[in-house]
Design a protein around this ligand. Structure first.
Ligand code: C2E
Ligand code: SIN
Ligand code: SIN
Ligand code: SIN
Ligand code: FE
Length: 388
């Protein structure tokens, strides 16, 4: 393009082009890309219509348009029989002053329209993925400045469409990884569970108790620092709290009667075993995972006691992470109201009384107060996900 023509473009429409290019660069979806082109391209080249054509399995899909009267929006034409197809197949800009004098044009498709002249630019020069058309109702030869503008729009649209595709595959990959992670956590947790309990309901109940307790805490202004924004993580990681029981021998884990001191000493290692197993998983991951971090914390601290008499570390009071303090209440409630090999199920009210009596001893007093307010929800959850 001669330098005067470029200067003219710079003078006339540099601002509008820059705006359009900027908007395209921020588009997060194909619809947005087409909308920007539809709204801003036509005035820029003083056309009576513009179309946005997508290459779609060997067809030209007239996906979007802005024109003084309808063109072909929504229609598909074979690549070989339309001018957008010609532009894409040849990777070249086409300018046609008199469409009825050009054999590449399917005249029948143009007769119902206002179009007399057109310019069509491919989107992406190498292996075009679309085309942008500009149409005039009176015979018109677009200036070099207008063609330059159209080609810049097409180039920006090509970059934007590539970005959109990358962005969307990134999101899809992230969602896929998220689903895989959830599934693996549940699989691991149920593995630990099937040796110990009869059903998978303990996992689901525990998640619900944790949700109820954590949300009730937040609603009452407790633990905002530790809970705000992490309740979903807490719920997802809760099922892993007893994963360390996988390392406890059957003779102890499945014993029908009470454990002797030596056996209980072994049993208590499940907190540290669990922490280590999840830490190992995080190490393999090679990056810090908030979910696995929290799961370690819960596995490690769910048997600590507020009065410092718990295990494995004998942590006391607020030195115990809130996640572990919440898990302790949820875990013990479920153990009390469920039948275990070593104990019968207790009625709800007896379980509530035991937890209330442990206020400030086993459990965080504030958490016991909150628990007492929402205890009916615990009962509902236990009944809803009944054993076996
Ligand atoms: P679990 O059965 O899931 O119990 C979790 C926690 O609930 C227990 O932690 C304890 O704090 C509480 N809990 C369970 N049953 C009762 C109860 O009847 N009364 C009261 N006041 N609290 C209860 P703990 O004691 O640290 O036990 C950890 C795990 O060790 C238990 O998980 C269970 O798998 C095993 N375990 C504990 N005691 C026995 C036992 O006497 N026999 C057998 N076979 N296993 C036991
Ligand atoms: C068609 O009529 O095939 C579509 C319009 C065009 O060729 O640009
Ligand atoms: C061009 O810049 O030559 C046309 C537009 C494109 O193919 O991207
Ligand atoms: C369960 O907790 O899901 C089953 C009850 C049990 O056997 O402990
Ligand atoms: Fe435990």
């Amino acid at each position: 393009m001669p330098s005067d023509a470029r200067k003219q473009v710079v003078a006339d429409s540099a601002y509008a082009l820059d705006e359009l290019t900027l908007k395209l660069s921020m588009a997060r979806g194909l619809d947005e890309v087409m909308e920007v082109v539809r709204r801003l391209a036509r005035p820029l080249v003083r056309a009576d219509g513009v179309t946005f054509v997508l290459r779609d399995n060997g067809m030209c899909h007239y996906a979007d348009e802005d024109a003084i009267s309808p063109l072909w929006k929504g229609q598909r034409f074979p690549m070989e029989s339309c001018i957008s197809g010609w532009a894409m197949l040849h990777g070249q800009t086409v300018v046609i002053e008199d469409i009825y004098a050009d054999a590449r044009i399917p005249h029948a498709a143009y007769r119902p329209t206002f179009v007399k002249s057109l310019a069509m630019v491919p989107v992406r020069q190498e292996d075009p993925i679309g085309a942008i058309g500009a149409y005039w109702a009176h015979r018109h030869v677009p200036s070099e400045g207008d063609l330059y503008a159209l080609q810049r729009i097409a180039n920006s649209a090509a970059v934007a469409m590539t970005n959109v595709a990358l962005f969307q595959s990134l999101i899809a990959a992230k969602e896929e990884a998220e689903r895989a992670k959830d599934a693996i956590i549940l699989a691991l947790a149920s593995l630990a569970e099937t040796r110990d309990y009869d059903t998978g309901d303990h996992i689901r109940r525990t998640q619900q108790y944790v949700r109820v307790l954590a949300e009730a805490c937040l609603a009452r202004g407790h633990g905002e620092d530790e809970l705000a924004g992490t309740i979903e993580l807490l719920i997802k990681s809760a099922p892993l709290h007893d994963i360390g029981k996988v390392g406890i021998p059957d003779s102890i884990l499945l014993k029908a009667g009470p454990l002797d001191e030596a056996e209980f000493t072994v049993m208590k290692t499940h907190a540290e075993l669990g922490r280590r197993a999840i830490a190992g998983a995080e190490e393999h991951l090679g990056t810090s995972s908030p979910l696995l971090r929290l799961a370690q914390e819960i596995a490690h601290t769910h048997h600590e006691r507020w009065d410092g008499a718990g295990y494995p570390c004998g942590l006391k009071g607020a030195d115990i992470p809130l996640s572990g303090r919440i898990m302790a209440v949820a875990d013990v409630y479920d153990a009390l109201v469920s039948k275990r090999r070593y104990k019968p199920a207790l009625p709800h009210l007896e379980a509530v009384a035991i937890i209330a009596a442990e206020r400030g001893h086993h459990f965080d007093p504030v958490l016991v107060d909150v628990f007492l307010e929402v205890a009916r929800d615990f009962e509902t959850i236990h009944r809803y996900f009944a054993d076996g």
